[in-house]
Structure formats: structure tokens, C-alpha cells
Design a protein around this ligand. Structure first.
Ligand SMILES: [Fe+2]
Length: 351
């Protein structure tokens, strides 16, 4: 039973009480909706399996022939299997706490009791459709973000193949170190993105300099040192993630202020930014490049201990130096140990 007299949102209404179902359809049709009506579970499931363009399902929870699982919840399951999933408003004439909880535990977007207030149902239907639209837009943006943050580092690596996998490794090192230092999950999400994109500015550096074998001249070094600023400009459209852009800009700063491009000192660079600086250098030392071999773990460990308070945040630098001396690159794959900032509390001494 279908009515397609009006354009607009299309809703599947499922109710075994035909008079009530028809009433809901008539009310929604008088608004901006087109309705499709089913008075049985099997009919509703058939409609949901068809490639029918729908924006919302409104269903009674109890559909007459219900046995173990209420028919409305089976409709809910079918709606959630659609791609993209459909929002569902559940209706019931037996408003119990159990039914409400069951509805909320499932995939239902909303829950209304009978007798149905049609104006309220209309309002909630619009909200559910708007909520789905926003969710789809967010999924799309997340996908675009994921693709872009993956493409840009690959573009750099295509230009300088010796840095293959550098961004991915820096993401993993920075994330692990962030966890050990107690950086929040939200901040680590942005730190991972900054780590992925940190060298994006190298896209603007000539290959003859980027891939040069042997030492760089002073002028060539000055050109290379422009890459954090170029990265900052490239990421200008990233208006909602200013810290990501900031940490990319700061990834060659030093604790003692002798870095570039701004010569920032100490905690003028926030902790996640200081972690990124260190993770980036660790990977550069631990892997072979066109102009050098990979360093041994003891040489790297000595370097971090010596550079504590000079190149790097002293606490971070000691933690990494000693960790790398004991475990090599595996240090960055380990869970934080008891007593470390991101680890479990150390056990209290008994005596
Ligand atoms: Fe860099």
C-alpha cells in the first residue's frame, strides 16, 4: 500500500492497527512527507529489503504476531542493515520501562508512546531525518579527512622515496609516547594527524635539494628550512584543527630555542608538539637516508641523553634515551609501565 502523491521525505509507517497506521500516514502526508504503509512485519521487511528510497521508519513495537522478539525491533534491525542505516521511531501502546530500555538499547533513534500525539511525531520525525543527514555529512567529512591525510604524506614520499613510511612510523611513535606521557585521547587524535602531515611542506621544496646525496650548502639548508612554513600555509583550510597546523609549523623547534622557523623555547611548544619533534628525529636517526646509514640503538640512546634540555624536552628525552637503550625501537611498541605517566600506578611499598 503506497501513496506517492507528494514529493519530500519518504517514511515507512508500520503498524498492525490499520486505522491508526492510516491516520499517521494521512497526517504526515498533509505535511511534507510521502508515506509507505505496512500493516504486517513480513510486508515491512520486504519493503526494507527493496531498493526503496526512504528517509525514516516509524514502527509500532508490537506487531500482533510477535513471539520472542518484538516485531518493531526486527524492523529496527533491518533498518540498521540498510546502507546508509535508516533512523527508526518506535511507537508502543504498552509503555513499560522494559520496552523503553529495549528500544533505546537497539538502533532506534526515538521512542514515543500511544496514543500518538501526531504533531509531536511530526516534529520528532523531522529531528530524526535531520540527525541522519548530519551523521551522513560527518561520515563523508571523516572519509575526506582520512583520504586527504593519507594522500598528502604519500605525495611527499613519492618525491623523496628514501623517506618511505616515515609519516606512518612517526604517527605510531608519537601516539605511543603521548599515551606514556598521559596526553588525552582527544589530544592524541590531533597529534596523530599532525604526525601524519608534519612534512607536508616538503611538497614545495625542489627535488634537487630534497633528494641530494651528501651535505647541503648553507643556501640549500635555508630552502629546506622553509618546509614547516610551507606546510603551515598548505594546511590553512584546516580551520577547525588549529593545533594540528600549529604542531606541523613547530616540528623543527628545539627546547633551547635554537630551532626553526620561530626559535621557540621550552614549553612555548605544547607537550604534544614536543613529542612530535622527538618522534620525528627518532625515526630520522633509526632509518637509513640517501645521505646516511641508520644509527645503532646505543648511538641513538646517547644522542637523546646528551640532547636532553638542548634539542629536546629533558624529561621526554631521558625517557626515550633510556627506553631505546633497553629496548631499541620496540620501546615505542610497549605499553606504558607501572609508574610512568600513562601507565598504571606503581604498587605501594609494603614496608
Ligand atoms: Fe620536517
Amino acid at each position: 500500500m503506497q501513496s506517492e502523491s507528494k514529493a519530500g521525505f519518504r517514511v515507512l509507517v508500520v503498524d498492525d492497527e490499520i486505522a491508526l497506521g492510516k491516520n499517521v500516514c494521512a497526517y504526515l502526508e498533509a505535511q511534507e512527507f510521502t508515506t509507505v504503509y505496512a500493516d504486517r512485519l513480513d510486508m515491512a521487511l520486504n519493503l526494507l529489503e527493496q531498493d526503496l528510497d526512504l528517509d525514516l521508519v516509524i514502527t509500532d513495537i508490537y506487531l500482533g504476531s510477535d513471539t520472542e522478539k518484538a516485531g518493531g525491533h526486527i524492523v529496527c534491525d533491518a533498518a540498521s542493515r540498510r546502507s546508509p542505516p535508516l533512523p527508526v521511531i518506535l511507537l508502543t501502546g504498552k509503555p513499560t520501562m522494559d520496552a523503553a530500555l529495549e528500544g533505546l538499547r537497539g538502533d532506534a533513534s526515538d521512542f514515543l508512546t500511544k496514543p500518538v500525539n501526531l504533531a509531536l511525531l511530526h516534529k520528532r520525525a523531522l529531528q530524526a531525518i535531520e540527525g541522519r543527514k548530519l551523521k551522513l555529512e560527518l561520515m563523508e567529512l571523516t572519509e575526506v579527512n582520512r583520504v586527504l591525510s593519507g594522500i598528502l604524506p604519500k605525495a611527499i614520499e613519492a618525491k623523496d622515496p628514501t623517506t618511505g613510511g616515515h609519516s606512518d612510523r612517526v604517527v605510531s611513535y608519537a601516539d605511543n609516547l603521548g599515551r606514556r606521557m598521559g596526553v588525552s585521547a582527544e589530544d592524541r587524535k590531533e597529534l596523530r594527524l599532525a604526525a601524519q602531515l608534519h612534512d607536508v611542506g616538503k611538497i614545495g621544496i625542489p627535488e634537487s635539494i630534497l633528494c641530494k646525496e651528501g651535505p647541503l650548502t648553507k643556501q640549500e639548508r635555508q630552502v629546506i628550512e622553509e618546509h614547516p612554513g610551507i606546510g603551515y600555509s598548505i594546511l590553512e583550510p584546516m580551520v577547525h584543527l588549529p593545533r594540528v597546523r600549529q604542531w606541523v609549523y613547530e616540528h623543527h623547534e628545539r627546547w633551547d630555542g635554537k630551532g626553526y622557523p620561530q626559535g621557540l623555547k621550552g614549553d612555548q611548544v605544547a607537550l604534544p608538539g614536543r613529542i612530535l619533534i622527538l618522534a620525528e628525529v627518532f625515526d630520522a636517526l633509526a632509518t637509513a637516508r640517501s645521505y646516511k646509514k641508520a644509527w645503532s640503538k646505543d648511538k641513538i640512546a646517547d644522542f637523546f641523553v646528551e640532547e636532553a634540555g638542548h634539542h629536546f624536552d629533558p624529561d621526554l628525552s631521558h625517557i626515550v634515551g633510556e627506553g631505546v637503550r633497553a629496548h631499541g625501537a620496540d620501546f615505542f611498541r610497549q605499553e606504558p609501565e607501572a609508574g610512568e605517566p600513562g601507565g598504571k600506578p606503581a604498587q605501594a611499598q609494603l614496608f
